[in-house]
Design a protein around this ligand. Sequence first.
Ligand code: UT7
Length: 329
Amino acid sequence: MQRSRIIGTGTYLPEKVLTNDDLTKQLGIDTSDAWIRERTGIGARRVAAPGEATSDMSTHAARHALDLAGITPADLDMIIVGTITPDMPFPAAAAFVQAKLGATKAACFDVSAACAGSLYALSIADQFIRTGAMKYVLVVGAELLTRIVNWQDRASCVLFGDAAGAMVMGPESRDDRGVLSTHLHTDGTQTAILCIPGGGSAKPFSQEVLDKREQLVTMQGREVYKIAVRALESVSHEALAHNGYRPQDVAHVIAHQANLRILEAVMKRLEIPLSKCHLNIERVGNTSSASVPLTLDQANRQGALKDGDLILMMAIGGGMSWGSALVRW
Ligand code: UT7
């Protein structure tokens, strides 16, 4: 059976930069640059322009990735967008992306796995390409979190930023490179620790939902932190063991940039030097499902990824849902 391979990567970051100091000075949030940097490693985040939607950001990132892949939108068989902030509840953000790109033959849908969305999408794309059912699949992680965070909750609002990242995936005939494996998990008993409780079918929009700000992100940070460290360590070991590799074989870690302290703890437990973990959280914050493709594109365009390098990808988010992918570049 053939493998799939990531043949192009792309990024889109909105122009507006919101620094930690801007949060206090412009938005009047009771926090400080020192607190945010120390607890999260974040220095700034991007904010989408009024009128800019998730599909707009996704389309920019997709064009960036398609250029590198050397294929056109007409070549795409499928578009999967990992997002929890689609343009509207339905149809899928991916359908809007299809129209904007002119990718007329692509089947389109979104994946809702929060910060793990793009990794889940990569895994789905991998299955379709491996079986030969599809040739080229566009995977996007795009999130416009600044529109759904509770700006009155200083423990969560300081974390998130807007961005889109894209990966074009295609078939690989060589057996020794491409996506080696993906592993996905969910613990549905933990839905309450990171969610938007209101505005869905369980609690439709009402004045009460709005008054309680239940249409916005709510998070139990400490619980998320503990589960994230354990889950990312375990799913990384799972990926390595499945393929007969050890942590020291890994050349690059491309991880969801949730929080620098989480990444430091996971790297320490895995005994992989932090220097192998590509970082951008200081500049862009936690960009949820955009984080993995964004970080991969950064490493790719820096020329850091060499032929044959082993890349460990990992992400976790609300659900809690998490996963890993092991890739031979
Ligand atoms: O993609 C997954 C997304 N989520 C995450 O990655 C979150 C994982 N969790 C975390 O990163 C951490 O739990 C946080 C960074 C969110 C919070 O750090 P913490 O060390 O767990 O702080 P805490 O919530 O226990 O709060 C400690 C103190 C509290 O004050 P008191 O009660 O000790 O006086 C908070 O009110 O820090 C206070 N605090 C803040 N102070 C200044 C909370 N947020 C802020 C803030 N600025 N932004």
